[in-house]
Design a protein around this ligand. Structure first.
Ligand code: BGC
Length: 453
């Protein structure tokens, strides 16, 4: 592999990613129970425009066409999540065969079209019945989650060879329990560290269960964001350390090293609990891979007003920003992969999400969506992955976020991350230029990275 050769390793898994609540629609169909997102979106004022996932991309009914579309685009892999409350309407106890069948048929169809499935067990849509019992604050959730995971492993492990336990536990606690912008919408310094710990225990319990009933690969998906100090002042350096520990170390350190970063008590003060040592034996399980979702970086400064981490982001006057105000910074992907390699002894990594919402032009009469900024984003970020591989990182695959435009949580449908445009009135799918470009990158195993769409 030379510097100009952008070919990826053989068997590199190229695909796209989605999550259940963001695309499926029909959230209560066929006996499914409500999730915390069902409740959240139906509470006035919590999502932009009052948008809900009631219909979303209608994937629950159009899944077969969506798989065909992926195949037409030449995708080799697909990362999707399972809605826990479809499979177990109460979150525990009885299994809803119809809910389970949906995922079983989806997996069959993917395999029939030569697409490798990667299944995420939890992408934020906690069964509401479990939230009524305290959700991630109830220690029993580790066992509820492992029981649900076991149902999925037994049903699909013969066909699914890549499993992820949790998607972005950091977002679950930061958005759901600390700042309240995401379901279940709590705002508590005291709850966040408890939710963190039980998410990690649930992850560990599910991996443990996998080792007794599953035969393939299982990992944890985290979102990481490199933190670069705005200056070398002691205050900015300390803020950067806190921000880095809070976002990048809080989940990976316990899962891989068996301890929390030492900065956590400094951030949470009296709200940071002591946990029994035995918990870390459960949390720290051997993982087959790390799933890494990458979107942006932060130039970090000391910000005493920024509760509770006391770290703020310095806007970059010459930076390019996406529609969600995230700076485009491909080098951060390479840097973070280097950090993973060094800190965690070069584990296998999948880039499980990477992508951007931009102000896309409308679908033109000739059917094109000229999303040049997204093409440029993909090219630079995939290039950044290639650079990390050349430096020695063990990277096994790349999943663009997202297959198609979808429900962007509390931001509703206004932000479009898709490689495929979705007309929400007609449900028509139109591949954007980025989809065509990515198809060629996949078909050439990376060699076409620098070609025009
Ligand atoms: C999440 C996705 C989300 C994406 C863009 C990630 O944090 O896993 O569900 O749509 O980022 O915000």
């Amino acid at each position: 592999m030379t510097a100009h050769d952008t070919t990826f390793p053989e068997d590199f898994l190229w695909g796209t990613a989605t999550s259940a609540y963001q695309i499926e629609g029909s959230p209560l169909a066929d006996g499914a129970g409500p999730s915390i997102w069902e409740r959240f979106v139906h509470t006035p004022g919590l999502t932009i425009g009052g948008d809900t996932g009631d219909v979303a991309c209608d994937h629950y009914r159009r899944w077969r066409e969506d798989v065909r579309m992926m195949a037409d685009l030449g995708m080799r892999a697909y990362r999707f999540s399972v809605a826990w409350a479809r499979v177990m309407p109460q979150g525990r106890g009885s299994v809803n065969a119809k809910g389970l069948d949906f995922y079983s048929r989806l997996v069959d169809e993917l395999l029939a079209r030569g697409i490798t499935p990667m299944t995420t067990l939890f992408h934020w849509d906690l069964p509401a019945a479990l939230d009524d019992r305290g959700g991630w604050l109830n220690p029993d959730i580790a066992h509820w989650f492992a029981d649900y995971a076991e149902v999925m492993f037994k049903a699909l492990d013969g066909r699914v060879r890549h499993w992820a336990t949790l998607n972005e536990p950091w977002v679950v606690t930061d958005g759901g329990y600390l700042h309240g912008a995401l379901a279940p919408g709590h705002r508590s310094l005291y709850e966040a560290p408890i939710a963190t710990h039980h998410l990690l225990r649930a992850h560990g319990a599910a991996v443990q269960r996998y080792r007794s009933v599953g035969k393939h690969h299982i990992g944890l998906v985290v979102n990481l964001e490199p933190k670069y100090a705005a200056s070398d002042s002691a205050a900015n350096q300390a803020a950067t350390r806190r921000a880095h520990a809070y976002m990048n170390g809080q989940y990976l350190d316990p899962a891989l090293l068996g301890r929390y970063p030492e900065e956590m008590p400094e951030i949470f003060g009296a709200a940071w609990p002591e946990w029994p040592a035995a918990d870390f034996d459960l949390i720290r399980q051997k993982l087959d891979f790390i799933g890494f979702n990458y979107y942006t970086r932060s130039i970090t400064r000391d910000a005493p007003e920024a509760w509770p981490v006391r770290a703020g982001r310095v806007p970059q006057p010459q930076g390019t920003y996406t529609e969600t105000s995230w700076e485009v910074f491909p080098q951060g992907l390479t840097d973070t992969l280097q950090w993973i390699r060094e800190r965690y002894d070069n584990p296998p990594v999948y880039i499980t999400e990477n992508g951007a919402a931009f102000y896309d032009p409308p679908v033109a009469e000739n059917g094109r969506v000229v999303d040049s900024l997204r093409v440029d984003y993909l090219r630079k970020h995939i290039g950044a992955v290639h650079t990390a591989i050349a430096a020695g990182s063990d990277i096994r695959g790349y999943f663009a976020w997202s297959l198609m435009d979808n429900f962007e949580w509390s931001l509703g449908f206004a932000k479009r991350f898709g490689l495929v445009h979705v007309n929400y009135a007609t449900q028509q799918r139109t591949p954007k230029d980025s989809a065509r470009y990515y198809s060629r990158v996949v078909a050439s195993n990376g060699a076409a990275l620098h070609e025009e769409p």
